[in-house]
Structures are given as C-alpha cells and as structure tokens.
Design a protein around this ligand. Structure first.
Ligand code: 1HE
Length: 261
C-alpha cells in the first residue's frame, strides 16, 4: 500500500510498514495549535495495522516553533490546564503507542516542538537543528510534558538552565546531551531515518512494544519491582513464536551476526 494523505496540518504518507507524518504548517513554522495536536492524536490513534514504524518530520525550514502562542490569548487557567491535557493525550499515543517513532529534526526544535520530539523514541537531527526552551522569555512554563520528558533525557538541572537563560543548543551539542541520537548533514535526516526505520521494522513487533512501553516504566520502578516487571516482559516476548523462530534461526546459523557499525 502506498497511501498519501495531504491533510492540511499533518501530511501522512503510508508506505506498507513505514508511515511518514509531516507537520505541515510551514508558514507558522509548524507552531503546534490544538488542531495540530488533534491531527497528531488522530493519526497515531488510527495507524493502519501494517505500520511498524512512524517517522515524524516537519515541512519547511523548521521542525517546530512550539506552542502556537496565539492560542494563549484570553484563556482561563482552567482552559490552559485542559489545553495541556490535550497535548498529553496526543503525546501519550506517540510515546506509548503500538510502534516506535523516529523524529527528524531541523531548524527550530523549540518549546513545545522539543516536547514533541522528546515523546519520540529515536531522534535524528540535521546540522541546521537547534534546541531551546524560550518559555521563560515568553512568561510561561512548559505545558506539553517537557518538564517530565525532557528532564528524563538531559536532567532537570539542564532543563532549568535552558529555561532560565534562554540558552540554545546546536545540533551537535544536542546529540552530546542526549536530545538527539544521530547528527546528519543538511537534507540527510530522512535518509538516515528510513535506514533506522528499516532496522526497527525488522525486529519482532512484541520486542519493539516491550522496548517502547515497558522500559520507561521499569526505569521508574523500585529495583525489585523493575526486575519483576522485566522478567515478566522477558517471559512474554520469549514465549512468542516469532522469538522462537528467530533464536532457532541464529542457532542454525541462518541469522545475521552482530557486527560493529
Ligand atoms: C508563530 C510561532 C509560534 C512563529 N506561535 N506563531 N515558541 C517560541 O517562542 C518560538 C517563537 N518563534 C520564533 O522564535 C521564530 O518564529 C522562529 C525562530 C521559530 C522562526 O523564525 P523565522 O524568522 O523563520 O519566522 P517568523 O517570521 O518569526 O515567523 C513566521 C510566522 O510564524 C509569523 O507569523 P506571520 O503571520 O507574521 O507570518 C510568526 O508569528 C509565526 N510564528 N512561531 C505562533 N510559536 C505546551 S507548552 C509549550 C510552550 C512553548 O512552546 S513556548 C515556546 C513558543
């Protein structure tokens, strides 16, 4: 199947087992409005069963300028809180959905754009990419899960420093810190993401699910709980027919060995 949907806000291209979702609001630097949040949620809620990996990128010169600041005018505290909860619901579908998500980052990856990137599992940044949290300058606070997710990536002290001083990290620095995993030259991010997506799609789906869904929960658990959860997840994945076939293939010398890259 090769299905391209030119949704106004989120373009969707589904090519068998890999879906490419593109934030498509370049005139506003892919600022994330509630309709964008809704489009993301709907796209991740309705992933076709054939899809094994999603790649998320942004149209134009920037991945995302973050929260659509025009939505902040005239909202009450209660409305603002519910606004955040709509982001949480959508980003939950990204982080804890059925399949791994790779983001391709370039240009501005700031505020809510960085919060969105932090909900993805593998992050590729092109050399034009830069990371910032200008909430302090705007007189607001993170509200898309960043204080939780970005703090888990780089530690709350660095998040605090970024927000307090408006410091912007370049692409290479972002990789060193753990904001992204791979650095590529300009225009090469999608090629790298597709290469990674092919590898991820080649894994057993149950292993991928355990990695994206169980691992972050285990990291939060007290040690003995974590070990128990791990052993349960290990038993479930190992009991799956696909695992048995893959292990047998290795023992019969029919499967690829681990090779240094
Ligand atoms: C926007 C937004 C936006 C651009 N909301 N409209 N995010 C920020 O504080 C980042 C604000 N944006 C910028 O700093 C710059 O726009 C960029 C560095 C990203 C890009 O600069 P540039 O020169 O390419 O574009 P521009 O001329 O600034 O913007 C083009 C248009 O996009 C312009 O609208 P126009 O109608 O005048 O053409 C901008 O107003 C519009 N635009 N960014 C609304 N963010 C869940 S809580 C999360 C909290 C946050 O994310 S705080 C961080 C918000």
């Amino acid at each position: 199947m090769n299905d391209t949907t030119s949704h106004a806000l989120l373009r969707q291209q589904i090519d068998d087992d890999i879906a490419v979702f593109t934030l498509n609001r370049p005139a506003k630097r892919n600022a994330i409005s509630l309709p964008v949040v809704g489009a993301l949620r709907s796209a991740f809620d309705n992933l076709p069963a054939s899809v094994r990996v999603v790649i998320l990128n942004g149209e134009g010169d920037h991945f995302s300028a973050g929260l659509d600041l025009s939505e902040l005018n005239a909202s009450t505290p209660a409305e603002s809180m519910m606004h955040s909860h709509q982001w949480y619901a959508a980003f939950r579908q990204i982080q804890f959905g059925r399949v791994p998500v790779i983001s391709v980052l370039h240009g501005a990856v700031v505020g809510g754009g960085l919060e969105l990137a932090a909900a993805t599992h593998v992050r590729v940044v092109e050399e034009s990419g830069y990371f910032g949290l200008p909430e302090g300058q705007r007189g607001i606070f993170v509200g898309g899960g960043g204080s939780v997710r970005i703090s888990k990536l780089i530690g709350f002290s660095r998040v605090a420093e970024m927000m307090l001083t408006g410091r912007v990290y370049g692409a290479a620095e972002g990789v060193q810190l753990g904001l992204a995993h791979y650095l590529t030259p300009a225009g090469e991010g999608m090629r790298k993401a597709r290469e990674l997506a092919r590898r991820i799609a080649g894994n057993a789906p149950l292993s991928n699910f355990a990695i994206t869904n169980a691992l972050p929960l285990i990291a939060e658990q007290p040690m003995e709980h974590g070990l128990m959860t791990e052993s349960l997840m290990a038993a479930i994945t190992q009991g799956d027919d696909e695992a048995k076939q893959r292990v047998a293939a290795f023992l019969d010398k029919r499967a690829a060995k681990v090779v240094p890259s």
